[in-house]
Design a binder for this molecule. Sequence first.
Ligand SMILES: CC(C)(COP(=O)(O)OP(=O)(O)OC[C@H]1O[C@@H](n2cnc3c(N)ncnc32)[C@H](O)[C@@H]1OP(=O)(O)O)[C@@H](O)C(=O)NCCC(=O)NCCS
Length: 143
Amino acid sequence: MNIRASEETDLARILQIENSVFQNSAWTRAMISDELTLNVDRKTWVIDSNIELVGYCMLRYGPNEVHLVNMAVDPSLQKMGIGKKLLIHFLDNIPKDSSAYLEVKRGNFPAIKLYLNAGFKDISIREGYYPDGEDAIVMCLNK
Ligand SMILES: CC(C)(COP(=O)(O)OP(=O)(O)OC[C@H]1O[C@@H](n2cnc3c(N)ncnc32)[C@H](O)[C@@H]1OP(=O)(O)O)[C@@H](O)C(=O)NCCC(=O)NCCS
């Protein structure tokens, strides 16, 4: 497995994974394209197997904070340590003195467990945050 910064040519494969994991709530091609091309305040890390891209995490940078805005692993390769590897890489590379933030669906237990294991803490709930009405848990990790 190899972790690297995304390239614009990763768009089609990221979109494929995005649609397979999030279905109705998947980000659109245009939204993903923005993340890959608007480099001023954004970065996407991707992880490749020997064959193809198998996961990604998308970040946006603000003053003293980095926001994890999207993360997914190919469904056929989940629960094999790929998400954990990507998350640790992300945390190892955030700017000094920055905190990491994210929102996660209240019922998304695999993701919540992944983030708690990495050291994130719950800081608040955003009621009805997602388009389907589900609440978000806001989590933070101070480096
Ligand atoms: C969340 C996600 C990225 C995790 O990636 P992954 O490669 O499957 O995760 P890993 O195999 O690295 O597992 C890391 C930890 O997460 C937890 N975990 C992962 N999948 C789990 C599951 N199905 N049930 C319970 N815990 C799970 C485990 O605690 C695991 O740690 P452990 O091996 O020490 O027990 C992946 O499940 C995914 O793409 N989900 C759909 C998209 C999504 O929900 N993204 C997050 C949006 S906030």
